[in-house]
Design a protein around this ligand. Structure first.
Ligand SMILES: [Zn+2]
Ligand SMILES: [Zn+2]
Length: 367
């Protein structure tokens, strides 16, 4: 056996003849590759920012089997398996080169050294970022699938699979992608608005999970040019891990609406009186009705035109609250005339409750 392979066996009184690696019964020279593979793994980790790492090892066929055979034949217990010995030695060399420490349970990055194919692969633990965005009218919140190809990619969508229209999501993907070196992201939004809505500071909260990041930190404030306008992110911070509970929220909105007939001053006072911490029912199709609160409504009318400032619970659709479709009571219902929402802006979003986070786990399969 080679030096390293014989060191692994607790032979007691027995002793082994130490031979060059290529003549080793167990590894056939595999362990001679440790310095080269450790160097390759270190190079593979170079683009990544990390404090902790772990090493996984794949052995060439037969190595593990021959060690098992040897141990059962000679009744050896062994100090460690060949796999953990290699992983330990590779990790030691990486640690020396990068000054980072090993954390087998929850590493920032994980590197796989495949001694059979002489390849290395790196993956990193996802990071979670919280921020708030503001946007101008004419920018959608999410990207939507291309109508022509339904996401497969075609000339119409420039092979992205998504409609070529400006969106907050598209802008953030591009910008965050550049900052952290990965474009694999999953967004969670605290509510949504219309494409023609303006979102004012402090902005609407969102959380993004970034998979396979090279950098593990993201600035608290940045801007992204989207179409003709600017999407700004502020209040940004890294979250400690995956949030399992997202806060609920309420929001202030400014609504521009049109009534079917002129709204008299009594109508306005009815609105003010009717909506004051008032429970309204939203009959969600295919699901249980939701009870939401309308905290206050302040309205002005000029002829048939209405300007309404309202504070609503998250999840109550503004347009339905105005026109009364599936929502009761509504602005239409109180004014006893058909009112339709032309547009609405988001003036303030307030979170209620806190984030809750999952136990820190490392799921190699999903990365
Ligand atoms: Zn060996
Ligand atoms: Zn397409």
């Amino acid at each position: 056996m080679c030096q390293l392979c014989s060191e692994r066996q607790s032979a007691g009184t027995k002793s082994f003849q130490v031979v060059p690696g290529r003549d080793c019964f167990v590894c056939e020279g595999t362990l001679d590759d440790i310095p080269k593979m450790a160097e390759a793994a270190t190079r593979r980790l170079r683009p990544y920012e990390f404090k902790t790492f772990a090493v996984g090892v794949t052995l060439p066929e037969g190595v593990q089997e021959r060690e098992d055979e040897l141990r059962s034949m000679l009744r050896l217990k062994g100090y460690e398996t060949v796999k953990s010995q290699i992983a330990r030695l590779v990790a030691g060399r990486i640690s020396e080169a990068t000054h980072r420490r090993v954390d087998k349970a929850n590493p920032d990055v994980s590197v796989l050294a495949d001694f059979g194919r002489r390849e290395t692969m790196a993956s990193s633990k996802p990071v979670f970022y919280y921020g708030r965005y503001t946007k101008p009218p004419g920018v959608a919140q999410r990207r939507t699938l291309c109508d022509a190809c339904r996401g497969r990619g075609c000339t119409e969508c420039k092979w992205t699979g998504f409609k070529v229209v400006p969106s907050v999501e598209g802008g953030l993907r591009k910008k965050i992608g550049r900052l952290v070196g990965s474009e694999k992201m999953i967004f969670t939004w605290l509510g949504s608005e219309d494409e023609d809505s303006k979102v004012f500071p402090p902005g609407r909260p969102f959380v993004v999970e970034i998979k396979g990041p090279k950098k593990r930190r993201l600035v608290g404030k940045f801007r992204s040019r989207v179409g003709g306008g600017l999407v700004s992110v502020s209040s940004g911070r890294m979250l400690p891990s995956k949030p399992v509970r997202i806060p609920s929220f309420r929001f202030e909105t400014r609504i521009r609406a049109t009534a079917a007939s002129r709204v008299p001053p009594e109508g306005i006072s009815d609105l003010h009186a009717r909506f004051h911490k008032t429970a309204v029912t939203f009959d969600r199709p295919g699901s249980r009705p939701a009870i939401k609160t309308v905290y206050r409504v302040r309205a002005r009318a000029r002829g048939r035109t209405l300007l309404i400032d309202a504070e609503l619970d998250g999840g109550l659709p503004v347009k339905r609250f105005v026109n009364g479709e599936l929502v009761s009571p509504s602005v239409s219902e109180v004014l006893k005339t058909e009112v339709s929402c032309r547009s609405f802006d988001i003036c303030r979003v307030r979170e209620i409750g806190a984030f809750r986070f999952a136990e820190i786990t490392w799921d190699k399969e999903k990365n």
